[in-house]
Design a protein around this ligand. Structure first.
Ligand code: SF4
Length: 374
């Protein structure tokens, strides 16, 4: 071994010792990666190469970045670390025993570099493999039926922390089911439209055409309580993702009691925002409605929902509620649920009913992370 090689090995060992104390380059967005390369006197295309190494090859070491010369790799490694989010635990529940292969919904606890935890859920079916991912640690909107809402808000996720959830779930899907993700929904912890910049940055990475993981924008759904200004930004951006609105009641006072954000954003504001989104994109939205026994499952509520839905271009997705310890709500069921659905169908609305998945794994968003944090 030459003197130079020995020196280089020593540098590598020292680098590993100090890696943890160096800032994490995955916290930077694409523009900031450009700034790093510019500061090192490198041309702009080097930033694209670096982005590709981090998010297509998912490199964990600057030494692996073979399109860079040794000097550049050493400079990067002396200033930055690469620390992706990691799996901290999981829980599974078989939800479809009748399928050719047993399909289990699995909830994963994802640990971020600062020790915070978020949840992601893998939902397999015969036709799809869906990842439900988080956009914030906690949530500031405090919907009364939601475990995440009870946690309060901790912080926004960086774009890479969003993409990392997708990469981790994609590899779990391959391991468990032999096929990768077909759909992504932003329906985990947090309100994605309150972290829109990082959400759109993550979508740009996940939809890069020639990256190792690449998915169509049309297979991604962003779910929101319905924030008009941000919905308008999405519509103007030309993003082809789908939009789901958590409605949960078409009665102003009931919705206000369920979702405090509805005090400021009334049903009229919401209908206007959806109509303008419809007009600009030419696309319908999905109105998500979670039936809660004795809260929003009456015939009068169904009538109001029909009236609201007829004001906009939409379909309706009725979802079951996963009961949460310490919260008093129960899922709507039985004859009141059947009659509720029938009223929507009689009015000619397009309705899908999603079977409850994940009661045994605390699949309502925020339940696992809250329990782990405790
Ligand atoms: S339901 Fe969604 S928006 Fe409401 S508190 Fe929970 S995470 Fe936030």
């Amino acid at each position: 071994m030459s003197g130079n090689d020995i020196k280089e090995n020593e540098q590598t060992l020292n680098r590993e010792d100090t890696q943890e104390h160096l800032p994490n380059i995955r916290r930077l967005n694409r523009a900031e990666l450009g700034g790093v390369m510019a500061a090192l006197g490198e041309p702009a295309y080097r930033a694209s190469q670096l982005h590709r190494w981090l998010y297509s090859h998912q490199a964990l070491d600057f030494d692996a970045m073979s399109t860079f010369g040794r000097k550049l790799r050493q400079r990067l490694a002396s200033e930055w670390s690469i620390r992706p989010a990691s799996l901290a635990g999981s829980k599974s529940e078989i939800v479809d025993e009748g399928s050719t292969a047993p399909l289990s919904t699995a909830k994963f606890l994802i640990q971020l570099e600062d020790g915070e935890l978020v949840e992601s859920v893998l939902i397999p079916s015969e036709e799809r493999m869906t990842a439900c991912i988080s956009s914030q640690v906690g949530c500031p909107l405090r919907c009364v039926f939601c475990a995440t809402g009870q946690m309060g808000f901790r912080r926004n996720l960086a774009a890479s922390e969003i993409t990392d959830q997708v990469f981790l779930l994609n590899s779990e899907a391959m391991k468990r089911h032999g096929r990768g993700l077909s759909n992504i929904v932003f329906m985990g912890m947090g309100e994605p439209l309150l972290n829109l910049e990082n959400v759109t940055e993550s979508i740009a990475t996940l939809t890069e055409k020639d990256y190792r993981f690449s998915i169509s924008e049309k297979k991604i759904t962003i779910s929101t309580v319905g924030l008009p200004a941000e919905m308008d930004r999405i519509a103007r951006s030309g993003l082809k993702t789908k939009l789901a609105i958590s409605l949960h009641s078409a009665d102003q006072s009931v919705r206000e009691r369920m979702m405090p954000v509805a005090i400021d954003i009334t049903l009229d504001n919401l209908a206007e925002a959806i109509s303008s989104y419809n007009a600009r994109t030419g696309s319908p939205v999905t109105l998500v409605y979670m039936l809660l026994e004795g809260v929003n499952d009456s015939p009068e509520e169904a009538r109001k929902l029909v009236r609201f839905a007829k004001r906009v271009l939409c379909k309706i997705n009725l979802i079951d509620y996963n009961s949460i310890v310490n919260l008093k709500f129960r899922p709507g069921c039985g004859s009141s649920k059947t009659m509720f659905i029938q009223r929507l169908l009689d009015a000619g609305l397009l309705v899908t009913v999603r079977k409850s998945q994940g009661a045994a794994i605390n699949a309502a968003c925020g339940q696992l992370a809250t329990r782990q944090a405790r």
